[in-house]
Design a protein. Structure first.
Length: 584
């Protein structure tokens, strides 16, 4: 297995999707269909800007746009709004397409780019000039900002606002031909500098930027602004419902102004919904870029990141994310969703499909004195008790085993039901064993191994005399064990609200310094040596894990913890604390 040769498994969208409760957007669309608008058609789009990787918040938008198209027999386009070449890259384009497909959605042959429409957008701008609705302005970006006004004061009209139609057409054409320096001129809409909506105060439509575009190269030196390109791209594609997040609500009058002024053949309806906010998480693209570029994380697909690439690498499943997005619904006002909700749907999905296996993360050797030295047994183990069709597998059992260090206490605290001197426990799928002797390092006093005995009449974990024990341990046969590195993940931030900081600090103050713990020398059952990328595993009593397809090689397997089992580590820590108290 070579990390350069493996890729994440893609899950196709099943025919039966998470149940969709009605929401205000679907009610609007239903009413539009009743009234016969758009000739009974529904056309949506998912329009990411290729200036970063998609995150869990984008998943909500993807599920909403593609889900609405599915629910109303419509279509959904994937369109890249690539109007800012300074921040865009083909790497982001490729990652976004991979993420959308991984989530289970298909845009078929409807892949578009705003750059496909650059010539048409330019001609629309010429038409605005001819209508007397746009002019070339010589103010610098700072001067435009300074004359924009405030919420309580009107803006000041540009001294270049009264240029003639002919002068504006000439200057705009020369802007396109590259006659002027970057930032020296811009094309602005002529609307109303006294409008209570600041977005309507003669917004910039085009700016001069000599930057190579990832698709058009150096063909253009002027680029349209997002607020101008977005509604017209929607109109060109025949989008019926342009679904945006709430921060675009104040931009809607400008969106409609472009469509109404230019009298486009198609007139999409913009509808805003609340974006996803998640506890212990930042979803600002600017901050995610900062985390990556400042090396606070190991790239966009770091398993601690809320990006879809990071979640995929950590072992999240598309169905869990889709179920989560369906459950939180669509609202008109912002709110914060607890990350435990996402984790619930992840556990629910993984519990149904993850293969049960045994891995010992912190090994402690156990020798069964009364078990034959040259004997090896093949024991039966179910692959998933939640799915009988998953079948069973054979696991080797021998005289020398590994168990978890935390599963043994020489002086056990009250309520500790695992192994201790003179105590009997059950080995999963195997036998009852009893600890007879503790072997320690003479110099350090560290426990080196345990000498135990087994009950040969308890194969499968059940005794002929019917006696029972409280503790059941997972284990691995020493001569058959594989070795792996295991990475345990905690939340990236210490507080539910990463922005909860004192004056003079920022969100990075709340970064968790212990968000990842790397364990080497972990022992795994032999079947895990053939682990496949994209296959979820439940390490018994440990949590859910997956093979890290980026870091694993044939010589070194790396497993990422997807999520822990509920309360498992909390209980262990409680036992440890109680043990320390008892020892005192």
């Amino acid at each position: 297995m070579n990390s350069s040769e493996v890729s994440p498994t893609r899950e196709k969208m099943p025919e039966s999707n998470p149940p969709q409760s009605s929401d205000f957007i679907r009610e609007i669309i239903k009413q539009d269909l009743i009234e016969g608008k758009n000739n009974g058609k529904v056309m949506t789009r998912f329009p990411p800007e290729p200036n970063g990787y998609l995150h869990i918040g984008h998943a909500k938008s993807i599920c909403l746009n593609f889900g609405i198209a599915r629910d109303y027999n419509g279509l959904c386009n994937l369109r890249f709004d690539d109007t800012n070449p300074e921040k865009e890259d083909v790497e982001y384009v490729d990652s976004i397409m991979e993420d959308v497909k991984w989530l289970g959605f298909d845009w078929e042959n409807r892949l578009y780019f705003a750059s496909d429409y650059f010539e048409q957008l330019y001609q629309y701008a010429v038409e605005l000039i001819k209508l007397g609705k746009a002019y070339v302005c010589d103010l610098t970006p700072d001067e435009i900002r300074d004359t924009r006004g405030t919420l309580t004061e009107p803006g000041k009209e540009s001294p270049y606002r009264s240029r003639t139609l002919e002068e504006n057409l000439n200057l705009f054409q020369r802007m396109r031909q590259g006659e002027f320096p970057d930032g020296s001129k811009s094309l602005r809409a002529k609307i109303n500098m006294s409008s209570p909506n600041l977005n309507m105060r003669d917004p910039v439509l085009y700016r001069i930027r000599r930057v190579e575009h990832h698709r058009t190269g150096n063909k253009w030196c002027i680029y349209p602004m997002y607020d101008y390109a977005h509604p017209l791209s929607d109109a060109i594609e025949g989008i019926t419902h342009s679904i945006c997040t709430l921060e675009f609500e104040n931009h809607r009058p400008l969106y409609d102004w472009f469509l109404n002024t230019l009298k486009t053949n198609s007139c999409p309806r913009q509808i805003e919904f609340a974006r996803l906010n998640l506890t212990y998480t930042v979803l600002s693209k600017r901050r995610l870029i900062e985390l990556v570029q400042s090396n606070f994380v190991d790239g966009w697909d770091d398993p601690r990141m809320p990006t879809l690439a990071g979640l995929r690498r950590r072992g999240y499943t598309p169905l869990a994310i889709r179920n989560f997005c369906a459950a939180i619904g669509v609202a008109k006002s912002d709110s914060i969703v607890e990350i435990e909700n996402l984790e619930h749907y992840l556990r629910e999905d993984l519990n149904n499909k993850a293969l049960r296996v045994m891995a010992v993360l912190k090994p402690l050797k156990v020798i069964l004195d009364n078990y034959p030295e040259d004997k090896t047994e093949e024991l039966d183990a179910e692959n998933n008790p939640e799915d009988f069709s998953a079948g069973t597998r054979k696991i080797p059992f021998s005289r020398v085993l590994y168990i978890e260090q935390e599963d043994f206490r020489e002086a056990p605290p009250k309520g500790f039901f695992r192994l201790s001197p003179g105590k009997e426990v059950r080995l999963k799928h195997a036998y009852y064993i009893k600890c007879e002797k503790v072997i320690k390092d003479e110099k350090t006093g560290e426990i080196r191994e345990l000498r135990c005995t087994y009950d040969p009449n308890s194969r499968g974990g059940w005794t002929q005399d019917g006696r029972k024990v409280m503790g059941t341990l997972h284990w691995v046969s020493v001569p058959h064990a594989g070795e792996a590195e295991v990475r345990l993940y905690d939340r990236l931030f210490l507080k539910p609200d990463p922005n909860d900081v004192t004056e003079g600090q920022d969100y990075k103050t709340n970064l968790n310094p212990n968000s990842v713990k790397i364990l080497t020398g972990c022992k795994i059952e032999p079947g895990l040596m053939d682990a496949k990328p994209g296959t979820p595993y439940q390490f018994l009593r440990q949590g859910y894990f997956c093979l890290d397809y980026r870091c694993s090689t044939p010589e070194k397997l790396v497993f990422n913890q997807t999520i822990n089992l509920k309360d498992t580590w909390g209980k262990i820590e409680k036992f440890q604390k109680n043990g320390r108290k008892d020892q005192k």
